[in-house]
Design a protein around this ligand. Structure first.
Ligand SMILES: NC(=O)C1=CN([C@@H]2O[C@H](COP(=O)(O)OP(=O)(O)OC[C@H]3O[C@@H](n4cnc5c(N)ncnc54)[C@H](OP(=O)(O)O)[C@@H]3O)[C@@H](O)[C@H]2O)C=CC1
Ligand SMILES: N[C@@H](CC=O)C(=O)O
Length: 423
């Protein structure tokens, strides 16, 4: 039987992983698909690099040569950046191919357009590898949670950041050394600023938002912060207090409004993502019927990412019926916050000096002085924490899952805001 002809765009960490996985799992694929899958062509940027490839494989820097492969059915994309990836995949769909991508920057920006085009052409787009590496979250949401309404997603979505934070805490290693190790292991992006500044997790969160809610918040409204300001001294105090710093990507839809952020947050042992370490990613989806569902797995690296792309191959060639989530109206929540109540949360505030001038509504729950810094665990209103975060002298970390509604008189709120501004 004639084999399924495929092409690979990119032959770096991910591209090589796909090439290897197709060879090592040839038999398994043949059992599922009834045919062999053969890579016929590979697109690269630098043709002079030495590559270990079967003789018949076309290696080229010219995308037209890829598209001209006779009988090409599938294009895997694992190159870097929004372009030329988007143009190449659009053209591959126009040519009648199914496409499978790992490129989240491109997919966060153009995923909807590619999915629309594929639908119109009767082709399929696999994008499992764009989000959380080898963790099957795209398939879980799109195929297993079609009837459930999704209320919120809370996740660790960047393997490099989680690997750095884990190794700083467990081995006391300096930030930079662990980043270099993440690069050597193939976890980091070509420009690792994307990982450590939170852009990568942000793109993945936007892909999950589109999948879960049929829309995203305005991108500029999402609070985004990376892990570059997390110090070993902070991690050590947090550890003594029973917390870990995790880079969390969170989105909640509440009465047609999104509350969304990507930032380092403290979690305690009760939090579902507390035990997610090293390059692991995990995603907790809060649903209307199933409650909280968590999926965990390797978030980056050659074979886990290749796994997602090869699994996608079975999906694009044997698609299951899936309805894409449409933007839906949310029903008003009867438990919605009354004006008499205000939301309070727990925060760790760190500075060379921190004082609250006897403000009643800031409860100090714990304190410690370490080297040059005062560490305070406080309970205060969310609005107060927002003000504290604006103070460049302070580092403020939210403790995840500690928000609650508390009765506070309006006058108290005003007094508190004035006092905190005077810090
Ligand atoms: N690394 C990981 O764990 C994961 C990565 N991803 C995503 O997968 C994609 C690839 O990542 P990764 O393999 O790590 O990256 P690498 O930097 O290791 O490899 C990139 C590959 O793309 C090729 N390439 C880059 N630009 C072009 C271009 N304009 N035209 C043709 N080829 C090009 C390069 O060619 P050459 O070899 O000639 O330099 C190289 O082979 C990225 O979008 C990344 O975000 C997704 C999930 C996990
Ligand atoms: N650089 C990314 C790779 C996978 O998407 C990460 O570290 O998570």
């Amino acid at each position: 039987m004639a084999p399924i002809k495929a092409a690979l765009l990119g032959f770096g960490t991910v591209g090589q992983g796909v090439y290897e996985a197709l060879k090592t799992h040839r038999e398994q694929l043949q059992n599922v698909l009834g045919k062999e899958v053969v890579i016929e062509g590979i697109l690269v940027k630098d043709r002079s690099k030495k590559r270990e490839l079967d003789e018949h494989v076309l290696i080229t820097t010219d995308f037209d040569e890829i598209l001209n492969i006779d009988g090409l059915e599938v294009v895997f994309e694992a190159i870097v950046g929004e372009e030329p990836g988007f143009t190449y995949l659009s053209r591959a769909l126009d040519k009648g191919c199914h496409v499978i991508t790992a490129n989240k920057v491109m997919f966060a920006k153009h995923g909807r357009s590619l999915l629309d085009k594929a639908e119109a052409l009767g082709r399929y787009v696999g994008y499992e590898a764009t989000t959380a590496g080898g963790t099957p979250i795209i398939r879980s949401i799109s195929q297993l949670l079609q009837v459930n309404e999704i209320h919120a997603v809370e996740a660790i979505l960047n393997g490099t950041s989680n690997y750095i934070l884990t190794n700083m805490r467990e081995k006391g290693l300096p930030f930079h050394d662990v980043l270099v190790s993440a690069q050597e292991l193939g976890y980091a992006e070509a420009d690792p600023a994307s990982d450590i500044e939170g852009h990568d997790a942000f793109y993945k969160l936007m892909i999950l938002s589109e999948l879960s809610f049929g829309e995203t918040p305005k991108w500029e409204d999402v609070e985004r912060k990376g892990i570059t300001e997390v110090t070993r001294e902070q991690i050590s105090v947090f550890k003594d207090w029973g917390y870990k710093v995790k880079h969390l990507a969170r989105i909640r839809r509440d009465r047609d409004q999104f509350i969304s952020s990507v930032k380092p947050v403290l979690v305690d042992a009760d939090h579902p993502l507390y035990g997610v370490e090293d390059v692991q990613n995990a995603i907790t989806v809060e649903t209307s019927l199933a409650g909280k569902v968590t999926v965990q797995g390797a978030g980056a690296g050659r074979l886990p990412t290749a796994s997602a792309m090869v699994e996608d191959l079975t999906y694009v060639l044997q698609p299951q019926p899936v309805t894409r989530k449409k933007k839906t109206e949310q029903h008003a929540d009867n438990n919605s916050e009354s004006t008499d109540f205000t939301t309070v949360g727990e925060y760790v505030v760190i500075g060379s000096s921190v004082s609250f001038h006897g403000t009643d509504d800031v409860q100090i729950l714990k304190q410690e002085i370490k080297e040059e810094h005062v560490f305070l665990l406080i309970e205060c209103q969310v609005s107060t924490a927002t003000l504290l975060k604006e103070n460049p002298e302070l580092a403020v970390y939210e403790v995840a899952g500690k928000e609650k509604n508390k009765k506070v008189e309006q006058e108290q709120k005003d007094v508190l805001l004035k006092k905190v501004t005077n810090l």
